[in-house]
Design a protein around this ligand. Structure first.
Ligand code: A2P
Length: 329
């Protein structure tokens, strides 16, 4: 088995290497790929050293699988070239997610739709992945009518440039010393602006939450609205989620459903100040849910707080889980 990793030098790419190693995924040939400036650099995987390849070299090697995390434009251009060689691409960018021919997969929710005939499989947006893992058991039980989502998203989701901006600002360096990933400082700030603004005045990140959630949960009618905020936090994304259900629910049953769900950990004991926090989600593969409580302003409403490491379950772990499903099925 040959596996290519496109974007191997990036934040998500490096996380993918760790997750592949932890899950003991070995291959006959590992092909790390990055931009022209990184070709020839060394990358360690499973104790061996590999040289970073150019995209064309990797395509010519016709790998069985290619994990992509090198931005939307790169995926749009190169994923089809791998697919033409028979490679199955698992793409972490937004390039293919809403293509009706491409499956958008979170294994815990809709992993059963994957087949070995799929050539490009899309990995959802980080904030959507953790959201649907938490919502799925509740939607199955009570039917979700409406969602109001407010996110508190780590700057690591923007990539290496954003980490460099944060680190420089923390040291008190001026903006001339490093490339700005954002229009404003991220250190000691909150930016109600994730990705670009769209014609409807929402950001692309906010609309990803709307469209991708509907697609993964196969719920085209679900009413969803979101505000996405970038925060100076390292460990992961947090989300305050207000849910209105079709059916009445019992709060103890809700907790029991969440407790039983695969990939989900209920951390909810307010007497002991137990609730999920991004600082403690770092490097964890699960989604954490807490602050589960009835919304007393409506009849069938619930509030929950959802946290996950955006580089892990929000990106690398989910992609590797898709790969594992393809390998083992
Ligand atoms: P490089 O390190 O050579 O720039 P991040 O999201 O953390 O910024 O990482 C982006 C990743 O995508 C990096 O590994 C980067 O490589 C890679 N990348 C960016 N553009 C291309 C491209 N045109 N072809 C291949 N890899 C790319």
């Amino acid at each position: 088995m040959k596996i290519a990793l496109v974007g191997a030098t990036g934040l998500v790419g490096r996380e993918m290497i760790e997750v592949l190693e932890e899950r003991k995924i070995s291959c006959d040939e590992f092909i790390p790929v990055a931009s022209a400036r990184s070709v020839g650099k060394e990358i360690k995987f499973n104790g061996e050293t590999y040289i970073v390849h150019s995209m064309q070299d990797a395509i010519d090697k016709a790998p069985d699988f290619a994990l992509f995390s090198a931005g939307g434009e790169t995926s749009k251009t190169y994923a089809p070239l791998f697919a033409d060689k028979g490679t199955t691409v698992i793409d972490n960018s937004s390039a293919w997610r809403m293509d009706p021919e491409v499956k958008l997969v979170v294994p815990e929710v809709n992993g059963d739709i994957i087949t070995n005939e799929d050539r490009i499989i899309a990995n959802p947006n980080c904030s959507t992945i953790q959201l649907v893992v938490a919502l799925n058991p509740l939607h199955q039980a009570y039917g979700i009518k409406r969602l109001v989502i407010s996110t508190y998203q780590s700057f690591t989701g923007t990539g290496a440039n954003a980490v460099a901006q944060y680190e420089a600002e923390k040291k008190g360096q001026t903006n001339d010393n490093y490339p700005m990933a954002y229009h404003y400082p991220i250190f000691e700030n909150c930016l109600p602006h994730c990705d670009v603004f769209l014609e409807n005045d929402y950001t692309k990140e906010e609309m990803k939450l709307v469209h991708e959630t509907r697609k993964i949960m196969n719920a085209p009618q679900m009413n969803i609205t979101a505000t996405a905020v970038r925060v100076p936090v390292h460990g992961g994304h947090s989300e305050a989620v207000n849910i209105e259900f079709e059916k009445q629910f019992d709060i103890d049953e809700v907790k029991s459903l969440l407790r039983k769900e695969k990939g989900l950990i209920l951390q909810d004991d307010i007497d002991k100040n137990v609730y999920p926090m991004p600082r403690f989600a770092r490097k964890k593969d699960e989604v954490f849910v807490g602050r589960v409580r009835r919304d007393e302003s409506i009849d069938k409403g619930l509030n929950i707080w959802v946290v996950a490491d955006n580089l892990r379950k929000g990106a690398a772990t989910n992609a590797v889980q898709i790969l594992q499903k393809l390998i083992t099925d």
